[in-house]
Design a protein around this ligand. Structure first.
Ligand SMILES: [Zn+2]
Length: 428
């Protein structure tokens, strides 16, 4: 197993950024101490032969709820309010907190199996996602979901839990980072958003929230505050370049302009929004306003996969269909939404989501012999239109294989399946 050795990865086709966007190049990739370099370093160098492989930077999925894998296919074919308030929330409260680790590790299996090396997570059970990141070898931006009127006195001590989690796991590995995560405008007060913004600034943390996901959310917010959720939350100072905003499918009036001025990133979740009957993003509006756009999967209860290849395919098809324009959401633009755009959103531009000198060696090896990638007429298009994720054969994070030949190297996948199955049998 390659662990922090110097590596020379030869013979592969590499997704890289050219002057006109993403392209495929045949080149050798050098890795020193987990970082991609232009040339070989001093000392011995292990060769990894990658003939017949397509090498991508690890994909980034910026909106997930990893612990929810246990709820996969548990509440389908129901509308958003029925799904969230009457099906998911009641059962979430009865799940055993210690089970979140296994359920999150199952999520990591699916992420890695389909080429995702980094995820942004909002969770209910402190420690579960953190330990899954640590033990799977993945990279994660993790946040305890916050609710209530006041950050310090309300929300069942959730902010305290968030801080304790940062204290407990913050120094274990630099693959693990934290994101302060107020849940949504219908579960958090504007004051809580303002307080969260201050705490994030003070601690140098990212922020994330659900925003303008359903018509009911927007209508209720206007009835309560006389303003849209975007307007209310923007006024609290919550939105800036370090903020991830999930959904944003129900923007109204000046909302897009406000988002653009804030510099915040929108994370669209095409499957989740379509499946819950919430519609889709207004893509031309987002792009015309120059908003940084990423693609996420949301949790397995509303998607029901964590597979960014399916998500890329859905995204482009939905927006071609919605706009009646076959040139909408072209493959190169879509591929950037799971690589360089999310890297920028988490402040890791040039370090993640790219195969270039100085970037972290988070690499995905896809088997070009798979029928869905053959023949190789345009492999960037293939990522969006024909790949299904099952072509992913091996995955490296920080220059170390965390999945090799479809086997996880750091944990026992069979045990994960057994534990999650046991939780589903007992609690659902
Ligand atoms: Zn979500």
């Amino acid at each position: 197993m390659s662990d922090r050795k110097n590596l020379r990865i030869t013979g592969g086709k590499v997704l890289e950024k050219g002057p006109e966007g993403l392209r495929i190049a045949e080149k050798t990739v050098f890795v020193q101490d987990g970082i991609i370099r232009e040339s070989a370093g001093e000392g011995p160098c292990e060769e990894i032969r990658a003939e017949g492989k397509l090498i991508l930077p690890g994909l980034l999925n910026l909106h997930t709820h990893a612990y929810m894998t246990v709820l996969r296919n548990y509440a389908d074919d129901v509308d958003f309010d029925e799904w969230l308030f009457r099906r998911v929330m009641p059962v979430e409260d009865s799940l055993p907190p210690e089970g979140a680790y296994w359920c999150s590790l199952l999520a990591c299996m699916e992420f890695l199996r389909t080429g995702t090396t980094c995820f942004a997570d909002m969770h209910m059970f402190p420690g579960g996602s953190c330990r899954a990141v640590i033990d799977s070898g993945m990279r994660g931006y993790i946040g305890r979901g916050l609710v209530g009127e006041d950050l310090y006195t309300d929300g069942a001590g959730r902010f305290e839990q968030a801080l304790r989690e940062i204290e407990e796991y913050g120094h274990v590995t630099d693959r693990l980072s934290f994101v302060l995560s107020p849940h949504a405008i219908y579960s958090c007060s504007p004051r809580l958003y303002a307080q969260t913004a201050e705490e994030a600034e003070k601690r140098g943390l990212l922020k994330q929230t659900h925003l303008s996901e359903s018509d009911n959310e927007v209508d209720n917010c206007i009835a309560k505050y006389g303003k849209t959720p975007v307007e209310v939350i923007a006024e609290t100072g919550f939105m800036d370049e370090k903020t991830l905003l999930a959904h944003c499918v129900k923007l109204r009036g000046n909302d897009a302009k406000i988002l653009a001025q804030s510099g915040a990133t929108v994370v669209t979740n095409p499957a989740s929004n379509a499946k819950l009957g919430n519609g889709h993003l207004d893509l031309p509006l987002i792009l015309d306003n120059g908003i940084n756009l990423c693609i996420g999967t949301d949790g397995t209860s509303s998607n029901n996969t964590l597979n960014l290849f399916r998500e890329m395919g859905l995204f482009t098809m939905i927006h071609k269909a919605a706009t009646g324009n076959a040139a909408a959401a072209p493959a190169r633009q879509v591929a950037a939404m799971v690589t360089e755009n999310p890297a920028k959103a988490v402040g890791m531009e040039g370090k993640l989501g790219v195969i270039a000198d100085g970037a972290k060696a988070d690499l995905v090896f896809m088997d070009l012999r798979e029928p869905s990638l053959y023949p190789a007429n345009d492999l960037v298009s293939a990522l969006c239109y024909s790949a299904n994720g099952m072509e992913v054969e091996s995955v490296m994070v920080d220059g170390r294989f965390v999945m090799k030949n479809r086997e996880f190297t750091l944990f026992d996948a069979e045990q994960v399946r057994w534990e999650v199955g046991r939780i589903a049998d007992k609690y659902l």
